[in-house]
Design a protein around this ligand. Structure first.
Ligand code: SAM
Length: 250
């Protein structure tokens, strides 16, 4: 609790005002990741291996951008920093602990950007969202990694839309997911997309209690690899239930 309070205060100090409301959810991720280290290890290793496989044949390694860099758990950040001239990390929030770790590891070629990658404001204003258009301004861009952010855009925006009583959250969310996928596909550089696309909540006997599509009906791109990620192992969301998400890597 005390650690969390320190982390909150230290992060708030270096986070632009408009992004401070998101610190709590980053702290939630931090807490859960700490509790689920063992259960998440295989998923994180799969993500690292997929990114390594993506960059292995690349000859030009100037700028890499990581979308949804979060806690830097599913990104082989030290390797990216060693092999690229510049690594740009984009997220709503970069926790103080993540910033301190980057400094301690002397990853001097890392740049941090706080940015809303959802495109929600454009969609609500009735204009076509282009949440990745800013990448066109990034010089010498050779790699973009979308690091388990797509479904979270949907989750975060659903919360906002439901709180404001929006009549059709699904229509907006599917528009935003499509905009992210289309934006990535249109980039003139290598990309690696990792995202959970659906989940099942089961009881101890394996009976499905709840299941849903995290892509809100948007067809997922054809996966090169896929695996299960036990996001909430037994005990995390209830004594007798667990949530397992299906992840694809493209
Ligand atoms: C499941 S976590 C990804 C974990 C991260 N890749 C890691 O290695 O620790 C999802 C991340 O997406 C970020 N995120 C969610 N919605 C976002 C948005 N609209 N704009 C930018 N980042 C967002 C969250 O802050 C969080 O860090």
């Amino acid at each position: 609790m005390i650690l969390e309070a320190i982390q909150y205060a230290a992060t708030a100090l270096v986070t632009p005002r408009e992004f401070r409301p998101f610190i709590r959810s980053s702290l939630g991720l931090w807490g859960r990741a700490g509790r689920c280290t063992k259960d998440w290890a295989e998923h994180e290793n799969n993500c690292h291996a997929f990114i390594r496989g993506t960059i292995a044949p690349m000859r030009e390694r100037r700028t890499a951008v990581v979308l949804g860099s979060g806690l830097l758990r599913d990104v082989p950040i030290v390797e990216l920093c060693k092999t690229f001239d510049t690594v740009v990390l984009v997220d709503l929030v970069h926790l103080a602990s993540v910033r301190t770790w980057i400094t301690a590891k002397r990853l001097n070629n890392v740049r941090l950007i706080s940015r809303d990658l959802s495109g929600l404001q454009d969609a609500l204003a009735g204009t076509s969202p282009e949440p990745l258009a800013f990448l066109r301004q990034v010089p010498y861009l050779d790699l973009v990694v979308s690091a388990n952010i797509v479904s979270q855009i949907g989750v975060g925006c659903r919360r906002v839309l439901e709180q404001s009583g929006h009549a059709e959250p699904d229509a907006i969310i599917s528009q935003l997911i499509r905009a992210h996928l289309d934006g990535l596909a249109a980039l003139p550089c290598k990309t690696a997309l990792m995202t959970d696309i659906s989940y099942e909540v089961t009881d101890r006997q394996g009976k499905v209690i709840e299941a849903d599509d995290l892509f809100c009906g948007v067809p997922a791109p054809r996966a090169k690899q896929s695996w299960d990620w036990p996001v909430a192992p037994l005990g995390e969301i209830g004594r007798d239930r667990q949530a397992v998400h299906r992840v694809i890597a493209v």
